[in-house]
Ligand binder design. Sequence first.
Ligand SMILES: [Zn+2]
Ligand SMILES: [Zn+2]
Length: 434
Amino acid sequence: MQNIGYINFLLKLIAFHRFLLILAALIIFVLLFYIRIKFFKLKIDFLNTETFDLRNKLFELNGIIHFHSTYSDGSGSIESLIDIAKELKADFLISSDHNTLKPKLDGLEGYYGNVLYFAGEEINTEFGHFLAVGIEKEIKRGSYEKVLSDIKKQGGVAVICHPHNWWTPWKNFNVEGYNGIEIINLDSQWRGMSPVYILLVILTYKINPFYAMHFLSHKPKKTIIFWDKAQKHKDLKVGIASIDAHSNVKITKKNRIKFPKYAELFSVARTHALLTAKPSGNYIEDKKAIIKALKNGKCYFSYDMFGIPKGFYYEISYGNKLYTSGDSVRFSVSDLHEMDINKMDRNVIIYAGVNINPKKNVFVINLFHNGKMIFSSKNNNLVYKVKHSDLKSICKSGSVADVSCSSFYRVEIDVYFGRKSITYLYSNNIEIYS
Ligand SMILES: [Zn+2]
Ligand SMILES: [Zn+2]
């Protein structure tokens, strides 16, 4: 009997030790997980040198586009959000409250220090939400055709919002007449994540908001396919990055939490407008210049949470002229047949680059032709001579006036952090047609 009691005691001791061991392993695991998240940071290292002397002289303004204030279903006042944008060193910010232009009518537009604020409007149509930027009068919700014509009458930019958001998707991808598409919309980005990642965001947000937010930087593949297919001859559909911040999550009927904070969302992605002249400091003039740039595809967008891009350019040279995104370049058919490396002005050459320090971050510039990746440049500026065969395939029919002769080129930049890669930057398209 004594022996059995002794054996039982030993077994209990072993079980207790095992329990202690598992507990210790668990504590170490949680601690390591916590430390990893707490100190998680991904930063791109940029060089300050100018690398491209052919570059068109463009003035770049980085902007926060599409957010909701207390004028609709956001939790922050316009004034408080302007203060946040100032702290984050944004150059401009455009609000987009639902079906109202009241912030403008209340006289809030203007410069606040170095930040230019103006109001846009997110308008409901039967196909989904439409972003109107650069309008002077409030537009009522209504049919797609009516809302679009109201935006156009006022000289505004009409952008399809969050086309693949499962909550409020765009319902008709065959519509015409709009100016652009939100390629990145952060509301769509988090709704598009798997439940595991959403849980990870919620669990880690308090420990390190950067870690939680970095999950939003995935590539919106479906929307990019739509964007590439939507390009039309002399009607390039501009792509932008939108924040769609509300900072107002409903928990119960009466309780809401300010999650995620505006400051965190404003830092994730930006649209960079490329202006032909230096901003004058006059808000009406500068607002016009920003609207013009957005409308004409003179912009690119990036996940600035990893660093504000330095020295990015994307240009095409042809016939002794340089073209930038949003341009449609007419290519002479006679050059197509006589293309010769010695006749540089008869060649179409694509240039792209960015001042990323290749010793710190591996980066790849990918060139896309009608949505298909055709060329890459690793850790170096991209120079690509459009080939005779490329242009032949572009212009199958050989007809000068045929729209099928259009060809759209854009670039993306992938950045590596160890083995992890992020598509960090997206240019807009340049069209080459004959
Ligand atoms: Zn919306
Ligand atoms: Zn919105």
